[in-house]
Design a protein around this ligand. Structure first.
Ligand code: LHQ
Length: 263
């Protein structure tokens, strides 16, 4: 292990920082593997009840590290499908499946797969100076790491296609306006806001949050009938949790709930 990822846990929040600032935190294989290990550890640790993902330095993440992809140094055309299958796709699936809320604090430019990894997180905050760029078309590539799925669902086909085909940057303010992310913050306030949000989530009903994630993810492809059935099943599980009992008791006793996050 090197230090391409920094991890710190504070007050129930694990802060995971992409740490290749000289390359605007572009992904190499090492950073992929370290990030996945950090997320697995955060998922397993009872001391962690929310995650913040951010980047070191002036960028959030510039996508794939192109330095290691010089066509002149290769024997023939690469199989980029292998890179997606073994590195990006497992990462997107892992973030989506993490049974704790993941807040992304986009501290600067998020390009290529870097933007789409941010969109895989549950709540995205961005510094006002940050930009989101679907840089793929500049390289003759297709938006990956879930980009075509996220953009189309969040923005609709007209904006999704225009962003993917032109690779034009989207400012944080525009991203909020279009419903691509949750919130834009003054640069100097980004981490404070992200930490305040994640700390609040870390004292919440973690098991219930996990079920909420599951329901909202399924809504993207379910019919209303299927979703009603799913809500019934998930609510059944939520209603059996310690946190439901505590939430209702606290409401009736007119006090703040003390959630443990347990199922
Ligand atoms: C970088 C990178 C980078 C290496 C900045 N790599 N060094 C692709 C292929 C394979 C498999 C599957 O998936 C993918 C998915 C993808 O992510 S494709 C998209 C890859 N990313 C890009 O095309 C973005 C490339 N970067 C840029 O366009 C610019 O750097 C942006 C717009 C992000 C930022 O521009 P500036 O703020 O002007 O910064 P800069 O360009 O000067 O970059 C700063 C340094 O970071 C610089 O190094 P240097 O040694 O000259 O200071 C860059 O070379 C390095 N860097 N992105 N992806």
């Amino acid at each position: 292990m090197t230090d391409t990822i920094l991890v710190e846990t504070r007050d129930g929040v694990t802060i995971v920082t992409l740490n290749r600032p000289d390359k605007l935190n572009a992904f190499n294989e090492e950073m992929h593997l370290e990030l996945r290990a950090a997320l697995t550890a955060a998922g397993d640790a009872p001391s962690c009840r929310a995650v913040v993902l951010t980047g070191a330095g002036r960028g959030f993440c510039a996508g794939q590290d192109l330095g290691a992809r010089d066509p002149a140094k290769m024997d023939g055309p690469p199989d980029l499908g292998v890179t997606l299958e073994t590195l990006y796709n497992p990462l997107v699936r892992q973030i989506r499946a993490l049974q704790k809320p993941v807040v992304c604090a986009v501290n600067g430019v998020a390009a290529g797969a870097g933007a789409n990894i941010a969109f895989a997180c549950d709540i995205v905050l961005a510094a006002e100076s940050a930009k989101f760029i679907q840089a793929f078309a500049k390289l003759g590539l297709v938006p990956d790491a879930g980009g075509t799925w996220q953009l189309t669902r969040r923005l609709g086909e007209a904006r999704a296609k225009a962003l993917a085909l032109t690779a034009e940057p989207v400012t944080a303010a525009q991203a909020v306006d279009w419903g691509l992310i949750w919130k834009a913050c003054p640069d100097e306030a980004l981490m404070e806001e992200a930490m305040a949000l994640a700390t609040r989530l870390s004292t919440g009903p973690t098991f219930g949050y996990h079920l909420i994630k599951e329901a909202i993810h399924a809504a993207a492809t379910n019919s209303l009938d299927e979703q009603l059935d799913l809500e019934r099943d998930l609510q059944r599980r939520a209603g059996r949790s310690e946190d439901y009992k505590e939430g209702v008791t606290a409401f009736l006793e007119k006090r703040a709930p003390n959630f443990t996050g347990k199922s």
